[in-house]
Ligand binder design. Structure first.
Ligand code: FCB
Length: 521
């Protein structure tokens, strides 16, 4: 079997849902009021440089997630997670790699935080491993697991770095999977109980909480396409899982409000750009249902209080079962929306065969023959192509580079969220890093990617969109799911055999951006 990153599949799902283009939320006239400037400045050199300033108090961070960096997969009482189990199945991960050790962050946390401080970060986004805190998912708390996050949060506090914690970044306890996992209704209550344990211990020091990261992955992809943990191919269950993830989100937010913890709470969605390939009605509709499938299925109930109508009709008997009162529980007022943006895709209608099950995300995953949805258009009868600009090309994962898509997504979303504070919780790229003899990487291509996205972001802020912070994926190279350690997303290189951390050129560049609170063209 030809193995490729499961992200080939994820690409197909990562779309801006129901957000058809709408006018910018505010006019440029708000710019002056905010005191934001894009100024042309003559530096020492002949070259005219343009400086894009960010608002005062803007958060500058990096993101990671527990499974991708921590290692120590079975230490100090940690339980097995669905990812610990999944990576051990033959053929699921390139080269059969696992994150048993990963970046060994569990043992190197204090020096990793010291590194963040050196880089000048004022915020750090990480996730908490549920199976480290409650090994069986329910019931007994593992004090040593919780202590680890307690120490992390303290360490961040000492370094003056705001903690941004995600409760669920795909690695639920295997014990809960064995009891039915996300499609099972009780999973929402188990999640709320876990959230309470974590809020009670860390809530006094964590500035920002997210319930889930990209809930499409553990539901539509993990239960439908089967290409990620838990690796099941059951479309009906995958849509039920999506609904219960929404319910779990709503319940955890309610627990948070009841506890009156001092931080803010929101959710992180992957809102990539998604545009019809042509203006034909068939492509426009294909784009709509594919966006709804990838994003509207979470965004709409959470922010608008209902599921996307067209998608629900399209899914027919596969649509989730929704109990009375669920939608009200899901739609909780949030303090912010976290957006992960990596790329924009063009969607075409594609119908080459009978309607099939198995998610039909419209892209060829390459991981297993059975999930090559794009060959016939799949369940959604659509196919996806990366948009890129000829001058910019693709990243090493073949993701198209299209910075203006970030602005497009922000404009669409801001309308539906009532201009709620937004954080870009992930943006970044894997590039073919070439270290020199001492391990240093001059990753000018990554700097270029980040710079162009930041310029686009600053433009959106000047137009009145309420973006409060930006987090690079990722602080350091790490375990990239199905693609293992091959892709390198870090601004810090990790030399895995020695676990040495070597800041790349992009890390130096980012430190300057942060210090000036501005990006220079
Ligand atoms: C996002 C995930 C994150 C990382 C990046 C590259 O979809 O949230 O864990 O893998 O992609």
């Amino acid at each position: 079997m030809k193995q490729r990153s499961f992200f080939k599949l994820l690409l197909g799902s990562s779309i801006a849902s129901r957000f058809l283009p709408s006018p910018a939320v505010a006019a440029e006239s708000s710019v002056a009021a905010k005191g934001l400037r894009t100024i042309s400045k003559k530096p020492m050199s002949e070259t005219e440089k343009i400086i894009h300033e960010f608002p005062p108090g803007f958060l500058w961070g990096c993101s990671t997630s527990a499974y991708q960096i921590e290692g120590a997969w079975n230490e100090d009482g940690k339980g097995e997670s669905v990812w610990d189990r999944f990576v051990r199945q033959p053929g699921k991960i390139e080269r059969g790699e696992t994150a048993d050790v990963a970046c060994d962050h569990y043992h190197r946390m204090p020096s990793d935080v010291a590194l963040m401080k050196e880089l000048g970060l004022n915020a750090y986004r990480f996730s908490i491993s549920w199976s480290r805190v409650i090994p069986e998912g329910q019931g007994k708390v593992n004090a040593r697991g919780l202590d680890f996050y307690d120490r992390l949060v303290d360490e961040l506090g000492k370094a003056g770095i705001a903690a941004n914690a995600t409760l669920h970044h795909w690695d639920i306890p295997q014990a809960l999977q064995d009891r039915g996992g996300w499609p099972r209704r009780e999973c929402a209550d188990w999640f709320a109980d876990y959230a309470r344990v974590v809020f009670d211990r860390l809530g006094d020091r964590v500035a920002m909480w997210a319930t889930h990261n990209e809930p499409i992955v553990p539901s539509i992809l993990g239960w439908g396409a089967g290409a990620v943990a838990p690796g099941i191919k059951d479309d009906k269950a995958s849509y039920q899982a999506a609904h219960i993830l929404n319910l779990a989100h709503g319940k955890a937010v309610q627990v948070f409000r009841q506890g009156a913890y001092p931080g803010k709470i929101g959710i992180v969605l992957d809102l990539h750009g998604m545009v019809p390939a042509t203006s034909s009605e068939a492509d426009v509709l294909a784009c709509q249902r594919t966006r709804e499938n990838a994003q509207g299925i979470f965004f709409d109930p959470i922010f608008l209080g209902h599921y996307p109508k067209y998608l629900m009709k399209w899914l027919g008997p596969l649509r989730p079962e929704i109990a009375d009162g669920d939608l009200a529980q899901i739609r909780q007022p949030l303090d912010f929306l976290g957006i992960n943006y990596y790329f924009t895709q063009e969607v075409s209608h594609l119908d080459r065969g009978p309607r099939r099950l198995n998610a039909g995300l419209g892209v060829n995953s390459g991981l297993a023959e059975e999930v090559s949805h794009s060959e016939d258009g799949g369940l959604l009868k659509s196919s996806l192509k990366m948009r890129t600009l000829p001058a910019l090309g693709h990243t090493s994962l073949d993701w198209g580079i299209y910075p203006q898509g970030l602005g497009e997504v922000l404009r669409r979303v801001a309308t539906d969220t009532g201009n709620l504070p937004i954080y870009i919780t992930e943006n970044g790229c894997s590039m073919t890093d070439e270290p020199n003899a001492s391990g240093f990487v001059e990753d000018r291509d990554r700097i270029n990617y980040l710079r162009l996205h930041l310029i686009e972001l600053q433009r959106a802020i000047r137009a009145g969109i309420n973006v409060r912070g930006y987090f690079i994926w990722s602080l350091m190279d790490n375990f990239e799911w199905g693609a293992g350690f091959r892709p390198r997303f870090g601004i810090v290189r990790v030399d895995y055999p020695t676990q040495r951390r070597i800041p790349k050129l992009s890390a130096r560049w980012y430190r300057e951006v942060i210090a000036r609170n501005a990006v220079t063209e």
